[in-house]
Design a protein around this ligand. Structure first.
Ligand code: ZN
Length: 266
């Protein structure tokens, strides 16, 4: 599979409103598909910010295909890190010296074409994560500054424009859901309740605490926008690298999750 072409073809052939929210380091489009009404509430669903997790995009493509309902709408961004995805999948470096120098580890690559781990690059306690690195690497490099990368910048600008009621980000693996990032009082109670409902719905384990992570998209949404945000780690057991067929069960379990979330946001 060429996941980038697959996402482009599927999204273009869908009934959704398609837009481009930005470009990757190598100039590839970051696509967004909107389904449903534009009245509130709106949610944003993203996947594949980590290169080797690129088949989480298939879960989102299914959600676009199956989206139905009467209340609110959803913006889907299936492939946040297209350069990283194609490097993981096919070893395509497309002139990126960073990627070329890491060609032997492409099947474990998480970062973008600059070797920045996009999910450590957001302005939310940036650089304070336990695994954070300050040098180019397959994963965990925080970048030169918060949102130094075109992909993370595009996601922040788009999210601020939409101001969604909640966001969901797909990763793998672990079969877990993360929701907490230093919320207090009412927000903590609100987000904990939603996390429990979502985790039960898709049969993953709700994990409490911020677990010494920082600079993630979910962290940014919670801390800077004050909205509930969820990181879902698909695939309960196994080892990287995963193939598309490994996601079959998660694709089925998550197909109507956007509708479910729009309903419980009432
Ligand atoms: Zn991940």
């Amino acid at each position: 599979m060429n996941i980038f072409e697959h996402v482009q073809a599927t999204v273009s052939g869908s009934k959704a409103d398609v837009s481009v929210i930005g470009k990757s380091v190598c100039g590839r489009d970051i696509l967004c598909a909107h389904c449903g009404s534009y009245l509130p509430p709106q949610i944003i669903v993203t996947a594949a910010i980590h290169a080797r997790e690129c088949y989480t995009a298939l879960v989102v493509l299914e959600q676009i295909d199956k989206f139905c309902g009467t209340r609110g709408g959803a913006y889907f961004i299936p492939l946040v890190n297209p350069d990283g995805a194609l490097f993981f999948e096919q070893g395509i470096a497309r002139g990126s010296e960073t990627l070329e120098s890491f060609i032997s580890s492409h099947r474990y690559w998480k970062a973008n074409a600059n070797g920045v781990d996009l999910n450590c690059n957001f302005d939310a306690n940036w650089g304070s994560g336990a695994q954070n690195k300050r040098y180019v690497a397959p994963s965990d490099y925080i970048g030169a500054s918060p949102q130094s990368e075109p992909e993370s910048r595009a996601l922040v600008e788009f999210t601020r424009k939409v101001m969604p009621a909640a966001t969901v980000s797909y990763h793998c693996m672990g079969g877990e859901l993360y929701w907490e990032f230093f919320q207090k009082a009412t927000a903590r109670k609100r987000d904990c309740r939603l996390a429990k409902l979502i985790a039960n719905r898709i049969d993953v384990k709700k994990v409490d605490g911020h677990l010494n992570s920082a600079g993630g998209y979910k962290d940014y949404c919670v801390m800077r926008l004050g909205i509930p945000a969820f990181t879902i780690e698909l695939i309960k057991k196994g080892d990287h690298p995963f193939s598309p067929s490994d996601f079959a069960e998660d694709i089925a379990k998550n197909a109507d999750l956007p509708r479910f979330i729009l309903d419980i946001l009432r």
